[in-house]
Design a protein around this ligand. Structure first.
Ligand code: SF4
Length: 485
């Protein structure tokens, strides 16, 4: 299995990326490129389905990176046609870390009016109860993925067209979903009513593309048209884009962590580049949490724009004090015990010549378990730093995400069990400051900060206020935030 991220065990992980194309020759090749650009959203496995008017539906699902599988001509030749969708995943539901190929999307269903394939980014929070109900009524599940519920709900719908059946199915589903689906002639995109996970529309030659992020439109030379609205379904055919709104309208709650960490910095979210927003987070952080120091260094790579913003605002010089080992491949990670113990050192190295004798501010995007932060601190001190100050580009992550992001259980989150001072002492650093929730809201463009009565974003992993009740998790014993907390 390829390494997912330089700090595999100490980051929240986005679990999926979706992509689809209609109206171009050999659409699957475009999808493979799109998925390659979305690889940061899931590295465990990927799949592509295509449809050709004469050859029908074809699919390929593989473990590993897109570039290692979907670049082979022998494989891509098996996916012909002008319509195709694909998915990259890191598992959030299903057999986590031990995925069976049957859990790899897109999923396919054969209905009386024809086949349909579905790729889903997000997490269905009532999947357990839906699954129980569907099994009792005779559905036979092939996978352990929550997304398969959508196919079974569609099979049970009495509607006459696939988009209508999909509407029916998705009205029963709670939680977060950005879906890209296809029939023989249609490319379909849907976002849940809160619009928790992203989905954008692009124009490519005479056709259209749907993607989790705009960076994947760029790679195929598609023009960004617009974001799919929360609660919107688009049905795209050769005749153009039809827009529908199948759900009861509600105020949107996009995932604020997409701005901080999940999305690629060259993507556009809410009309602004993610890079620019992260830079602004650094500016806010410098205003809220100044400290006297000699250098501002990012924890690569995701801390970089915020570190640059912090440096601009504070006037403290920016430096690449930590260098990421870009080509840390699988071969080297094949771990003997001795090599495994080197941990973070395999992935990051301190630029000793810069650090020695300096008071260093390290800017990172988040603190999850805190294990990586501790190791980085040790490396910086070993290199002779005089002081180490951490500045974090998100508020303390004190609650798990149930909307399609892999988070440890609440007890494993450092911020769930410790105050900021306790975390500072635990990490053994000179100071530790997180951006405030209001500061983060200002950085993403909400000039007045967070509206406590009607928050503009989902921020549940910071605030503990879940916009959709995580029903399955509550059934499993998860304790929601109490009024006293
Ligand atoms: S809980 Fe956090 S990571 Fe999950 S959707 Fe909400 S803001 Fe995003």
């Amino acid at each position: 299995m390829p390494p997912a991220h330089p700090f595999d065990d100490d980051k929240l992980r986005e679990e999926c990326g979706v992509f689809g194309v209609i109206g171009v020759t050999d659409a699957a090749n475009f999808v493979a490129l799109g998925l390659h650009a979305l690889q940061h959203r899931g590295q465990e496995a990927g799949g592509i389905v295509s449809h050709h008017p004469e050859e029908g539906f074809n699919s390929a699902r593989r473990f590993g990176y897109v570039r290692d599988n979907f670049t082979k001509a022998s494989l891509m030749e098996t996916l012909p046609g002008p319509l195709s969708i694909g998915h990259v995943r890191y598992s959030t539901t299903g057999s986590k870390g031990n995925t069976a190929i049957r859990d790899v999307q897109p999923f396919f269903g054969e209905f009386s009016m024809g086949g349909a394939a579905i790729a889903h980014n997000g997490n269905i929070t009532n999947a357990d109860s839906l699954r129980r109900e569907l099994i009792e009524r005779g559905s036979i599940f092939q996978s352990s993925s929550d997304s398969e519920c959508i196919i079974h709900l569609m099979a049970r719908s009495l509607q006459r067209t696939i988009p209508d059946r999909m509407e029916d199915a998705l009205r029963r589903v709670e939680g977060a979903f950005s879906v890209v689906a296809m029939t023989r002639t249609k490319l379909i995109g849907v976002r849940d009513p809160l619009g928790v996970r992203p989905l954008v529309l692009g124009r490519v030659a005479d056709g259209y593309a749907l993607s989790s992020e705009t960076c994947a439109l760029d790679i195929i030379g598609a023009e960004f048209v617009r974001e799919i609205n929360p609660g919107e379904m688009v049905v795209i055919t050769d005749d153009g884009v039809e827009s529908r709104y199948p759900f009861r309208p509600t105020k949107s709650r996009f995932c604020i962590f997409e701005h901080v960490y999940f999305s690629r910095p060259d993507s556009i979210l809410g009309g602004r580049s993610v890079y620019e927003t992260r830079h602004q987070i650094g500016v806010e952080l410098a205003r809220e949490a100044p400290v006297e120091a000699d250098l501002v260094c990012p924890v690569p790579d995701s801390g970089t724009p915020a570190a640059i913003g912090y440096s601009h605002e504070s006037g403290i010089p920016y430096a690449m004090g930590i260098i990421r080992n870009q080509y840390m491949g699988r071969t080297f990670i094949e771990p003997t015990e001795q090599i495994r113990n080197m941990g973070v050192r395999l992935k990051l190295n301190v630029n000793r010549a810069l650090i020695e004798g300096k008071r260093v501010i390290l800017v990172d995007d988040s603190v999850v378990r805190g294990t990586t932060s501790r190791k980085i601190k040790e490396m910086i001190l070993d290199a002779g730093a005089k002081e180490v100050h951490f500045r974090i580009a998100s508020p303390p992550t004190a609650w798990p995400c149930f909307y399609g992001v892999d988070t440890p259980q609440r007890e494993k989150l450092l911020a769930a069990t410790m105050s900021e001072e306790e975390m500072r002492d635990h990490l053994g650093i000179d100071s530790l400051k997180f951006i405030s929730l209001n500061g983060l809201y200002r950085a993403v463009g909400e000039a007045k900060g967070r509206d406590p009565n009607a928050p503009q974003y989902c921020d549940a992993c910071f605030s503990g206020e879940y916009p959709v009740e995580p029903r399955d998790m509550i059934d499993q014993g998860f304790q929601m935030k109490t009024a006293a907390e």
